[in-house]
Design a protein around this ligand. Structure first.
Ligand SMILES: Cc1cc2nc3c(=O)[nH]c(=O)nc-3n(C[C@H](O)[C@H](O)[C@H](O)COP(=O)(O)OP(=O)(O)OC[C@H]3O[C@@H](n4cnc5c(N)ncnc54)[C@H](O)[C@@H]3O)c2cc1C
Length: 294
């Protein structure tokens, strides 16, 4: 097996164009497992860890640009304030060793419906930068990036360069159901982001459909029904109405399209999505109301 190790982004794009059979490798926490279990036997590996720019992140104009090689550990250590939903999800990934090697770019490349970064990226309204040597750069909204089970919207000559994520302008939460607390693939997961200035709600559902997805009807319902102004009035008890919470949970569960598998039944997943939707909304709304005193 050939091992290609570019040291610049241009060299990486050239290698991708010239060797379409070479499998990109970032942290290797998915790729090496697949090779060890003989799920894949690529003719070559295209190791991207020598491309320094992929490990960088920056914030400009309210948007965080996260290089494809930024690890979960970096997101947790450095971006908890700017990207709280993604940082919470990152804390649930694998173990310290996996979080030190594994990357958000690798999670996107694998495009597993159970990948933990996807729900917060969807809820925040992220977009993925992908590039090829021949056709240049294109930016794909996260909701259009997942085409099917483990099928990202990448052409054979493209690489993921970065993901652009709006810096949180309101509370964000991530919730994950697993059979234990660490080293576990999600039975299902849910992310919520409030965008108070736009009077808008974002959602992301994981591991409860062939792809990660947003609950669009639930987002519309909540954006319309939440009493955004009263929440900021100190004299008003703007606690969430029980009927609104219930309806939001129902609409999120209805958006899911889960299956029965070894990790859980479809019925359980639907139920859990509704519970997580209600919980994350309660936490986020409490935070939003808490801000009025600040
Ligand atoms: C023990 C263990 C526990 C785990 N726990 C979790 C968990 O809790 N939650 C979770 O979501 N995942 C988990 N994973 C899976 C894995 O760690 C994540 O999916 C991780 O984000 C992969 O990142 P990576 O950098 O290691 O990717 P890699 O393994 O290097 O690559 C993953 C895929 O993305 C492609 N790829 C990588 N970089 C690029 C690029 N720049 N452009 C195009 N394609 C690219 C690769 O070709 C490959 O198909 C676990 C894995 C292990 C082994």
């Amino acid at each position: 097996m050939d091992f290609l190790r570019p040291t610049t982004w241009q060299e990486a794009l050239a290698a991708r164009a010239e060797r379409p059979g070479a499998l990109p490798l970032q942290g290797g926490t998915d790729v090496m497992v697949e090779i060890n279990f003989d799920v894949r036997r690529p003719e070559a590996l295209l190791d991207l860890t020598g491309v320094a720019e992929l490990r960088e992140w920056s914030v400009t104009g309210g948007v965080c640009r996260l290089g494809a090689g930024v690890t979960y550990a970096t997101v947790i250590d450095e971006l908890g304030g700017a990207l709280p939903g993604l940082a919470q999800a990152s804390r649930t990934v694998g173990s310290p060793q996996i979080r030190n090697r594994g990357t958000v770019g690798g999670n996107l490349g694998a495009a597993s419906p159970a990948g933990d970064s996807h729900p917060p990226l969807l809820a925040a309204g992220a977009a993925v930068e992908v590039e090829s040597r021949e056709r240049g750069l294109r930016t794909i909204p996260a909701h259009a990036f997942y085409l099917g089970v483990k099928r990202p919207a990448l052409e054979p000559d493209e690489l993921i360069r970065a993901v652009r994520i709006p810096v949180a302008a309101g509370p964000q939460y991530f919730s994950k159901v697993g059979t234990r607390n660490a080293m576990v693939i999600a039975v299902c997961s849910f992310a919520l982001a409030l965008h108070p200035e736009e009077r808008r709600v974002g959602t992301g559902i994981g591991s409860a459909a062939p792809t990660p997805l947003r609950a669009l009807e639930a987002e519309d319902f909540l954006s319309r029904e939440l009493d955004w102004d009263a929440a900021l009035d100190l004299d008003w008890d703007a606690a969430l109405d029980a009927g609104l919470l219930r309806r939001f949970g129902e609409l999120c569960a209805a958006a899911a399209a889960p299956i029965d598998d070894v990790r859980g039944t479809a019925a359980y997943r639907r139920h859990a999505v509704a519970v997580m939707a209600r919980r994350t909304l309660t936490w986020a709304w409490d935070d939003h109301r808490g801000r009025r005193a600040a």
